[in-house]
Unconditional design. Sequence first.
Length: 147
Amino acid sequence: MTVAEAVGSARTGWLRSRLADATVVTVLSVVMALTLAATTLSGGLGTILWLCVFAAAAGLAYPVQRNLINAAIPPTPYRATLLSVESIIDRGVCALVALAVGAYLAADRLDALLVHAAAGTCLLLLVVGVVLGRLRRDGVRRAAGQP
């Protein structure tokens, strides 16, 4: 998995030359979600393969995601504070996920966790995409002076 992630992180330019950064992160997030769900249907060798695909996608996504965050937060006196807030939110989400993992493990349902996490990720990305599309459309309308 480490090799797959390293190969992925060394090849971010390949995707970035073809897709917008936000699209790259979205597509790779869906790929990662689906690969984790696919591990529940695979045997040992299949699981290793899917985890390597997951690692490669993570390697591709992380540098692009970092660039998006750095570009979204302008260099102001509050930049460090905003980056800290982003990090705190990230850790908070991880803590909530840890609670869910514990509950699923206690019920001996790790397979269900992976499938539910994949479905939730895809649904959340769809909702975010729709909301961002509407915000962009409304912003273009306002800039053009339309109601």
